[in-house]
Design a protein around this ligand. Structure first.
Ligand code: FES
Length: 129
């Protein structure tokens, strides 16, 4: 059996939503200390809906495929739903990742949470102004 599913290979070769959102409402960056990979997520939020999402990943193929799939899974969704996205759901949507590559999907979950946290913090800061 191939090590990586067709979906992983597809999202690795043609990642969706790569790039930067200049006026992002929330930005999250996470890294894995062991492998050194870094993932950055940008969110554009309107009425608590993820209007747009982009990512930059400096990492392995599984991390790129995971970020790409994760962005597809939260685009157009309410923040409350995006917040619930788990790395397991991302890996399942990719038709699985090898066990030793599961940590790559964790980066996607963490990057999205961190971007949403950043969005909420910025909202709070605006209220205080
Ligand atoms: Fe580190 Fe994939 S090997 S994110």
């Amino acid at each position: 059996m191939a090590l990586y599913s067709e979906k992983v290979m597809d999202h690795f070769r043609n990642p969706r939503n790569v790039g930067v959102i200049e006026d992002a409402d929330g930005i999250g960056q996470v890294g894995n200390a062991k492998c050194g990979d870094i993932m950055k997520m940008y969110l554009k939020i309107e009425n608590d809906i993820v209007e747009d999402v982009k990512f930059e990943t400096f990492g392995c193929g599984s991390a790129i495929a995971s970020s790409s799939m994760a962005t597809e899974m939260i685009k157009g969704k309410p923040l409350s739903e995006a917040m619930q996205l788990t790395n397991k759901a991302v890996a399942e949507a990719l038709d699985g990742l090898p066990d030793y590559k599961m940590h790559c999907s964790v980066l996607a979950e963490e990057a999205i949470r961190s971007a949403i946290d950043d969005y909420y913090k910025k909202q709070e800061a605006k209220k205080d102004e």
